[in-house]
Design a protein around this ligand. Structure first.
Ligand code: FAD
Length: 431
């Protein structure tokens, strides 16, 4: 079966949906998602979205991002991220997102390695609230069609030009021919035994890129979040305890009841300190303690965490929360420029699947959703300007190759991760 689109978007997280909303309304857009629309990391985001507070904050915000990223960031991309943050947050508000307010101003919160409070949030359900608004807006557009349970297996290419994708929809193989393809297929956490990510996110966009000789970079830049809820050997995704708990004053304690690290240092430093403390005290977790804050504040500010912990028998207003690091984010990915163009013509990538270089080797908290907004908007603007000059070329599918695609795609990315991070072999599912 064949379908035609001007733009094929792979993924319905923040990057996929925001790019769709910023594309011209005369373009026929097909969005696909591997599972149901909600099953994306965007929906899970808790803490919030970073933004410059005003122009005076640009330099400090740039420096905070570079410092957390151990100065391995792409400086041009960081400037774009920071300088376009305010307009994109305002656009979210105009689409209908209701961030928590402090009077007339946003109720900015703080997370590790930010020197000032500059994170906008919707209590601790920011991802869900933003996702719901974006989805409502997408659904209201006649030119956008979302197909669920539609898994990209491969790209259709010809002479380093992308002409669409090969997609399994339910059990049928469909060739979607498109002038432009945007990969917004998210991260790699589903490949790890312990991860905060949706289990379905297995780096498909990255393996498909590698398979088609699209340039990928920094396969070793894998971030562990310091504080995922400790739940023994559960095979499910790990429940995150957002960094803004520490931003609002929670302490990290070892099992002797002592603080052992400055809670607001960058993620990589705090995660390392926790692992060292666990080894030293022969424990599988440490504790996060916010019990010294007023009960009402905790319940109103962190309703999701309060309820999820309560379900598991932990009352965070009275009990310390057992936490341990878990895989959380991938800073590497498909190499893109500041318009989200990949090394293949007519192929764009944005969101966690891409590497703009903004995060360096360690992402600053709450910079991911912002990256998804800023760079998917730039991709859309670039496509709006150039798509009229592109012909929809047709490629051919190799049906034999498609049969075993899932296994093959997984094999490719696992090999690449092991090559880059041999020390993580035991962390990967099935290795
Ligand atoms: C628990 C948690 C909390 C977080 N909190 C924050 C936070 O507070 N602030 C922040 O900035 N960041 C946060 N992050 C990170 C952030 O949520 C993600 O990096 C971001 O949402 C990624 O957006 P995305 O659009 O790139 O991908 P996602 O939202 O993950 O969406 C990926 C999409 O691609 C689709 N897909 C994947 N493979 C295929 C395929 N083969 N075929 C078709 N579709 C496919 C999926 O179905 C999905 O629709 C958090 C992450 C987690 C896991």
């Amino acid at each position: 079966m064949e379908m035609e689109a001007d733009v094929l978007i792979v993924g319905t997280g923040i990057a996929g949906m925001y790019s769709a909303l910023n594309l011209r309304e005369d373009l026929k857009i097909v969005m696909i998602t591997k599972s149901n629309v909600e099953e994306c990391n965007t929906y899970l985001a808790q803490g919030g979205i970073s933004t410059a507070r005003n122009e005076d904050d640009y330099d400090i915000y740039i420096e905070d991002t570079l410092k957390a990223g151990t100065y391995k960031n792409d400086i041009e991309a960081v400037k774009v991220l920071v300088e376009e943050s305010i307009e994109n947050i305002n656009k979210l508000v105009s689409l209908g997102v209701k961030f928590d307010m402090d009077g007339e101003n946003f109720d900015y919160t703080r997370e590790g390695a930010h020197r000032v409070n500059r994170i906008v949030h919707c209590s601790d359900k920011t991802g869900q609230k933003v996702f719901e608004v974006l989805l409502d807006n997408v659904k209201s557009k006649k030119n956008i069609n979302i197909i669920e349970n539609a898994c990209l297996l491969d790209l259709i290419t010809s002479d380093n030009k992308c002409c669409g994708g090969i997609v399994r929809i339910d059990n049928e193989i469909v060739q979607i021919n498109s002038k432009i393809t945007i990969l917004a297929s998210g991260g790699i956490g589903g490949l790890f035994k312990n991860s905060t990510n949706q289990r379905t996110l297995t780096g498909d966009g990255i393996s498909i890129a590698i398979k088609n000789d699209v340039e990928v970079v920094h396969m070793d830049y894998i971030q562990f979040h310091p504080t995922a809820l400790y739940e023994g050997n559960s095979k499910d995704k790990r429940f995150l305890i957002t960094e803004s708990l520490r931003g609002e004053g929670a302490y990290l304690l070892n099992n002797e009841g002592d603080r052992f690290v400055d809670e607001l240092l960058p993620r990589d430093v705090v995660a390392k300190a926790i692992l060292e403390e666990e080894r030293r005290t022969n424990s599988e977790y440490v504790f996060l303690d916010i019990t010294h804050k007023p009960k009402d504040f905790i319940i109103n500010r962190f309703p999701l965490i309060y309820n999820e912990c309560k379900k598991r028998g932990i009352d965070i207003t009275k009990d310390k929360i057992p936490v341990t690091p878990a895989q959380h984010y991938f800073m590497g990915g498909i190499k893109v420029d500041t318009d989200s163009k990949t090394s293949m013509n007519n192929l764009f990538a944005c969101g966690e699947v891409s590497c703009t270089g903004v995060h360096g080797s360690n992402r600053l908290a709450s910079n991911s959703l912002l990256e998804g907004l800023v760079f998917s908007n730039r991709a859309a603007e670039c496509i709006n300007r150039s798509i009229d000059d592109i012909d929809c070329a047709k490629g051919k599918i190799n049906i034999k190759m498609v049969q075993d695609c899932d296994k093959y795609n997984k094999h490719i990315i696992v090999e690449e991760i092991i090559k880059a991070r041999g020390d993580m072999k035991n962390e990967l599912v099935g290795c």
